[in-house]
Design a protein. Structure first.
Length: 80
């Protein structure tokens, strides 16, 4: 990965504490489920999702629509 395409968590995190429903920065972004990016971004695939973390992320993204938020879709699948 080049320095230009490298995305760091601190660069993506804003002051807004709510999940962001904006268009994805990359076609397939994978983030660790226990990281802060999973709490803020909706258009990401989760790595290493556990049941307890799925409950937390589901609560954080509770206002998102399942069709628009990959995190909600993943947590609902994991909790079912």
């Amino acid at each position: 990965m080049t320095a230009r395409t490298e995305i760091r968590e601190r660069d993506l995190l804003g002051r807004n504490r709510r999940p962001m429903m904006s268009a994805p920065a990359l076609p397939h972004m994978f983030v660790h489920a226990d990281g802060e990016l999973a709490e803020y971004l909706c258009h990401v695939e989760l790595l290493g999702l556990t049941r307890s973390r799925a409950e937390v992320l589901h609560a954080l993204h509770h206002g998102c629509r399942r069709e628009d938020c990959l995190v909600i879709a993943a947590t609902e699948l994991h909790l079912s």
